[in-house]
Ligand binder design. Structure first.
Ligand SMILES: [Zn+2]
Length: 195
């Protein structure tokens, strides 16, 4: 059930933050206990082109910041669901920020990677949640680790609050997922929209 809750957290957050949920599975793969996909809403190219990563995050186009925040929320929502709904000490907050900072320090993003993270329409890269959060944190706050860590706290707190507020919905999705193993995006949407 832990993996089903984790993946349901990702799918719920994608739906809650206006993306289109895709297939989700708790059948283990080579690097994961499960996966949850979603289709990203496109960001206008003019906004992506207007990003200057040497400028503070708040100076970026609003549509790009929204997209980066939403991708981080969806990524953080796996751990957030485990923590919010199992009431076990989780990885949100300090441990997650520390791990992301460690990964970020070990592997600074190149300019090419910055473009890639910004424009990436795929959520099926082989990055783990930690690696993806580290990339997003570096992209948004690469020049200021203190702000990066604070941003990640804000992201994980928001993910947890949204999941806690909609707990019955997330638990229902996790329950069906645990039973069936794999769900299509359409099935995810139907379960989340049931009242
Ligand atoms: Zn995950």
């Amino acid at each position: 059930m832990r993996v089903a809750l984790h993946e349901a957290g990702h799918s719920f957050a994608a739906w809650r933050f206006g993306q289109i949920p895709g297939p989700v599975t708790v059948v283990p793969g080579p690097r994961w206990a499960g996966t949850a996909h979603h289709e990203r809403q496109p960001v206008p190219v003019a906004d992506l082109d207007a990003v200057d990563v040497s400028m503070p995050y708040l100076a970026w186009p609003a549509a790009v910041r929204h997209d980066v925040d939403v991708q981080a929320l969806i990524t953080a929502a796996g751990y957030a669901a485990e923590e919010a709904l199992r009431r076990t000490p989780g990885r949100c907050g300090d441990p997650l920020a520390a791990r992301a900072a460690e990964l970020a320090a070990a592997r600074p993003l190149t300019a090419a990677e910055e473009r890639l993270v910004l424009a990436d329409r795929e959520d099926t890269t082989d990055a783990t949640d930690d690696e993806r959060l580290a990339s997003l944190m570096l992209l948004a706050h690469g020049h200021d680790p203190v702000t990066g860590s604070a941003w990640l706290h804000y992201i994980t707190a928001t993910a947890k609050a949204c999941i806690a507020r909609d707990a019955p919905r997330v638990l229902r999705l996790a329950g069906v997922l645990a039973n069936r193993g794999t769900l299509s995006g359409r099935a995810v949407i139907e379960i989340l929209e049931e009242t």
